[in-house]
Design a protein around this ligand. Sequence first.
Ligand code: F6P
Length: 536
Amino acid sequence: MDIWQKLKDNLSAAGDRRIISLFANQSRFEDFSAEADGMLLDISKTNIDPAAMALLIQLAERSGVAEKRNAMFSGEKINTTEGRAVLHTALRSSETTPLIMDGEDIRPGVANTLQKMIKFADQVRSGDIAPPGGHRFTDIVNIGIGGSDLGPAMASLALAPYHDGPRCHFVSNIDGAHVSDVLKDLDPRKTLVLIASKTFTTVETMTNADTALNWLRTGVGDDVSEHLAAISTNLDLTAAMGILPDRVFGFADWVGGRYSLWGPFGLAIMLSIGPQNFRAFLAGGAAMDQHFKLAPFRVNLPVLMALVGIWHRNICKYQTRAVLPYDQRLARLPAYLQQLDMESNGKRVAIDGQTLPQESGPVVWGEPGTNGQHAFFQLLHQGTDIIPAEFLIAAEGHEPELVHHHDMLKANCLAQSEALLLGRSYEDAQNIAAALGFEGEEQQTQAAHRTFPGNRPSVTLAYKKLDSFTLGQIIALYEHRVFVEGAIWGVNSFDQWGVELGKELANALLPVVQGGDSSGKDGSTVGLLRKLATPS
Ligand code: F6P
């Protein structure tokens, strides 16, 4: 019998077993949690029992997770549809042993790029690189989208307590409201515009860059080159835009967009938190890499997190997972993970092009707690769907004078996973209703509404404090979790063909939106074009 079937049989045999019953084993928490460099992952509040865990580990082994992991770290071209290696891990590595790619050691190039970033960041932060007119750069505007925006925007917010450089702003959406709202409060004379696009052809980014360039020109005159820098692999196009060569930070094609914040796409972060903190961020990622490479699967955080994901998606058939940071500064983490996870594993064919025999990546969504509690947690607790939750919480905050806030944050986080686990029985709800004075049928109705089924799974990631090192650990942990899940599903987690069709159609529709011929379009699109026509 295959492992998948054995896992399904394990779930069937568990019947209506309650997760809490697994804690009859006194060592449940110790057995179903693991720690790496101060980062704790608790998976004990899931319905995975020791037998299921053994099967899941076997599944990972037989799916070749270790071999695929080694192939990734060693620079094999595992992104087969694009013929590329996947080496974002090299950007955060301090290893010196040569890493050969197409006959060349890539480590010196990585080190040089990092040095170039550090020099530039130091000079901007110190004022050695300054705009003409005796000013300093007070503001940085990062213009990019997808992986060229979500990572730096998420990390910049996460590390706000470490900001001691220029303020960072992010423009991504093609909606003119975005660029307009960001620029309206800035002074072009003191603003550095960072155009972040791997290809330098992405329509949103190029359009926003063009608008920002015009805004700069109105403020400082025709020569705006001193106000520009770029992150791109397309040196011809950066030169065509007039960006000085020493202000262009390039990188190789073995770094995918959604994995790119460790290198030049992290420049906005480095400018605001400084090179030293950025290095700590890299060190956190590298520490998680080492853990992923060396720890046995049974205590390997990314592997365990992935196996929980597989269990919930393929065995329990849950369609979504909620990421719930009890850490306000991780507010953009769910959006960041949506790209990381859903662009990587939202695939319907395997690497060889065959249709997958089962479900792949789930919908990932979330919001910080406690805000989410006052919005969608109702559904998590009493809705008809079961949604596995992932909580993130720090032992301490950055506001020593507000410890009572942090205590309440912790209490709320733990209360939510406890409530999901235990629920409230109908009998308890009936007692509450009775105590409130309800009687007879009304008491039963009230009790039904106040009953919580519980037995809903969650995992918790607990760490000391959201500092640069910890953020690096968290991001690398999620990257590798996505990798392991993708390896088990047999998909290519590093291409993104699913985003192409919409781009092509948008290009074709632009002239139609601007008054061109709509013949050949479907009835709905024609009707909407009519409704959206610019009033004359
Ligand atoms: O929309 C898909 C995508 O290719 C992402 O993977 C990428 O992060 C984003 O677009 C931006 O691309 P670029 O950096 O080339 O502008």
